[in-house]
Ligand binder design. Sequence first.
Ligand SMILES: Cc1ncc(COP(=O)(O)O)c(C=O)c1O
Length: 467
Amino acid sequence: VVSVTAVDTSVVRIDGWPDEVVGNGHEVPVYGGGSIPYAYLDNAASTPPLRAVVRAVNDFLPWYSSVHRGAGYKSRVSTAAYEEARERARDFVNAPDSHVVVFIKNTTEGINRLAALAEERGATVFVSIMEHHANLLPWRRLTRQVVYFGADEFGAVDEDDLRRKLSDHPTGPKIVAVAGAYNVSGYAPPLDRLARLCHEHGAEILVDAAQLAPHRPIDMSGRPGEEIDYLIFSGHKVYAPFGSGVMVAPRSALSSVSPALVGGGIVDLVTLDEVVWNGLPDREEAGTPNVVGAVALGAALIRLQELRRDGLLDQESALTDYLVKGLLSVPNLQLLGPRAAVDRVGVASFVIDGVPHGLVAAVLSYEHGIGIRTGCFCAHPGVLHLLQLPIAEADEGRSRMRRHDHVGLPGAARASLGVQNTRAEVDRLVRALKELVGSGPRASYRIDPSTGDYSPSNWEEALPLGL
Ligand SMILES: Cc1ncc(COP(=O)(O)O)c(C=O)c1O
């Protein structure tokens, strides 16, 4: 059971901004014939581009040129746009001057880079069992010492366990890598308290902000003792799906190790036996950078900040409460994640007794034109922990996964909100789930054993190719 904070929707806007994103309300075909406006409730996976982003990209493209190394006028325009986007990102997370903002591809790349850096510095890394694989596997592959800290049965960080484990490692560099918001439960841990805990134990804190950046203001500078040392997020989760992301790290840490990637654009001198790296951030951006992606990201951050000034944060929490209440009204539905009054972003994962999660997603998609996510959301240990499966059932699930058997795997369905979503879309979701629980699917479904995906047995998919 989840306790839900009451939001007074007579004063707080509850519907989002449907016209802010491109493609909202596109009609999609549904089982039984005809088409209906698509309800996109999978924003935790990736967000559609904001109109402001598309406008900024279109305005910029005629000026596109190489950055930094070109001498022409357009190169100077492009360089200025690229560097302005960097400043936007710095401002968005309130990064201190001691930190460098580096453009990367996505959160996964950023954490891999920081894992290599942690290893070069001989750090012990502490991660929660609830992390996305992007904040789990890089540490396991690239650093020698990984320590797991626990979570309660609803996925909330076990701060006592973290404190104990940090105390057990009194010496040497330490990094605690934690999500700013979790992609399965939506739980947003108390970063200020965690940062203080880390710093009191001589550890640095790294925040995987992939799910935090779209939903909450970020203040890396924090109160004394509560600063965030490293932070990473992806453009495609903040309405700028143009292949760029951001990594913010202390200048001192990045300059103490060799660059993660080597090649063009990052040196002051190369001889056949000598290389002198140039300054930061350039030396962390080897090769030709994704200037268009950076411009898109900068535009998205500006627009998000404007929307936040217009009440986006209150609106999101109102619609999140509405979503949670709606889901809890569905018979036999169990919501995963914290049940106490904790901070939750617009992400809600659930299971329905007796209905496979893949079938839930398929019915929503094929019969109701609603896009959600299903499975383990790239967080296998976390999802298995939240599902609280009997040991034998969890073991059986893992052995199926080992065999690449995709049928009947443990998992959940997840609905997640973006700036464009409205009550009407949440209502559609809840109505569809109630119909599914009450009278079963309208179609009969087959399962593809190679993927585990369900589709109606007599369905011919006609995707618009060649767009
Ligand atoms: C919490 C969290 N961390 C990291 C990632 C990885 O982000 P990306 O796929 O953009 O690298 C995701 C993506 O879903 C996520 O939700």
